[in-house]
Design a protein. Structure first.
Length: 431
């Protein structure tokens, strides 16, 4: 977890020389990781313990006719994504309300993953102790069809997360899929992330073409004898024979730039040994892994916000999209290392105004909240009126902020010897 962040001279002030050093280290590390995998059999197996998967909703993933969330409450434009989808242990797909609910629910029901959402108010950071949903707390980060461009700080946080062993699931769409009309569409948003690694097309070896492929069923499979490709095409959830494109894009790959990049699925008429016509691809970056696909339609389960026009691509018989997405999720988690100690993962809302009463929802992982035993503190000037424990990992707090209080506060949740804290994790706005 510290191969980059403990070498601050490489990224230092994040200048040109710093990222050049990171690039060299990333390519060398990625190649060495790939070499080790090639000395073993395919990693097509279920993880030994549940992985932590974070689905993003900070980039207008519910704008327009989209609903790229695992669970949400309400209808657009007031649709809200809870950090922990409810119920925590769903029995069926419709227990969660979102176009990605089939994906998330199956990961949980199979015992593969603990699924969270990064809500629209969330922050995309890496190794920031003030952020309870920092990417360092997750094995896999899923971003489905972003419609707001990443800031430069966010792009660097994502790439540091990957470089240190995290898995990034990239889902694009066709050129011009600008659902919120802000001038940014998914292919360009992702290509900007790639460029962050250096050079006009970046150093991941993956690049989205700006096009709109209306209706195809890409079923030319990559080299299944490659351990990484084989782990996805013949993975623990079953074999993948192909996927679907319902207005999407494809990619080009460049093994000369990144020797670890591989095509997983190609469009019909393109060679699986080639570099173009790639619909799904994978690569390594440092210790981490990246999987990219050119359309969101295969992930769409046809459920979610009823004010949208819904389409069931997840079960479209022209592809085996369930197997593709679930296998890729497991593969992405391969090298990630996450601290298993109890931790806070959500404070909602994370701010209040002085002189007013507020009610907070606090989510944790592997905690031991207990009625009558668990206490909450935000320091002087914040009166805790009530703590209600819902379960071992969830509680609510009713508090009153004194009129003279303002600024960031450290939040502490104490249960016996267990103390969970987020420094400066709560903001008080002046009266």
């Amino acid at each position: 977890m510290n191969s980059v962040l403990n070498q601050r001279h490489l990224i230092g002030g994040r200048g040109r020389k710093g990222w050049t050093g990171l690039l060299i280290l990333a390519v060398l590390t990625g190649c060495s990781e790939l070499a080790r995998d090639r000395s073993r059999a395919s990693t097509a197996e279920m993880p030994e313990r549940p992985i932590y998967v974070l689905f993003d909703n900070t980039k207008a993933e519910t704008a327009g006719n989209a609903d790229w969330v695992v669970d949400a409450v309400g209808r657009d434009p007031g649709r809200i994504t809870p950090i922990v989808p409810l119920p925590r242990n769903p029995r069926m797909e419709t227990d969660w309300d979102g176009a990605l609910s089939a994906w998330g629910v199956e990961l949980v029901r199979q015992g593969v993953a603990d699924v969270n959402s990064l809500p629209s108010s969330g922050r995309m950071t890496y190794l920031d102790p003030t952020n309870p949903q920092d990417l360092s707390k997750y094995h896999v980060f899923v971003v489905c069809e972003p419609n707001i461009a990443f800031t430069r700080a966010e792009r660097r946080a994502i790439m540091e997360f990957v470089h240190n062993g995290g898995g990034l699931f990239i889902i694009a769409n066709h050129a011009g899929a600008d659902r919120n009309n802000d001038g940014a569409d998914p292919p360009e948003i992702w290509n900007a992330l790639f460029r962050e690694t250096g050079g006009p097309r970046g150093q991941l070896g993956v690049w989205f073409n700006r096009e709109n492929i209306r209706h195809e069923d890409p079923d030319v499979r990559g080299d299944v004898t490659d351990p990484d490709v084989g782990a996805i095409l013949n993975g623990p959830f079953g074999s993948v024979r192909g996927s679907i494109i319902r207005s999407g894009a494809d990619m080009i790959i460049d093994p000369d730039v990144n020797p670890t990049v591989r095509g997983v699925l190609f469009r019909r008429g393109f060679s699986p040994q080639g570099r173009s016509g790639v619909f799904a691809a994978l690569c390594r970056w440092g210790k981490g892994r990246v999987f990219a696909i050119g359309d969101s339609s295969p992930a769409d389960d046809g459920t979610g916000d009823t004010s949208d026009r819904l389409f069931d691509g997840w079960r479209d018989p022209a592809g085996t999209n369930r197997e593709l997405f679930l296998n890729a999720t497991v593969w992405l988690a391969g090298n990630a290392v996450v601290d298993e100690a109890p931790t806070l993962i959500g404070i909602t809302p994370n701010r209040a105004r002085a002189g007013r009463t507020a009610r907070l929802l606090i989510n944790a992982r592997k905690s031991h909240f207990s009625p009558g035993l668990t206490t909450v503190s935000l320091g002087e000037g914040v009166d805790i009126e009530r703590v209600t424990v819902i379960d071992r990992e969830t509680l609510t707090v009713t508090l009153f902020v004194q009129p003279h209080v303002a600024g960031p506060r450290t939040i502490e949740v104490i249960t016996g010897d267990e103390m969970l804290r987020v420094p400066d994790g709560f903001i008080i706005d002046g009266a």
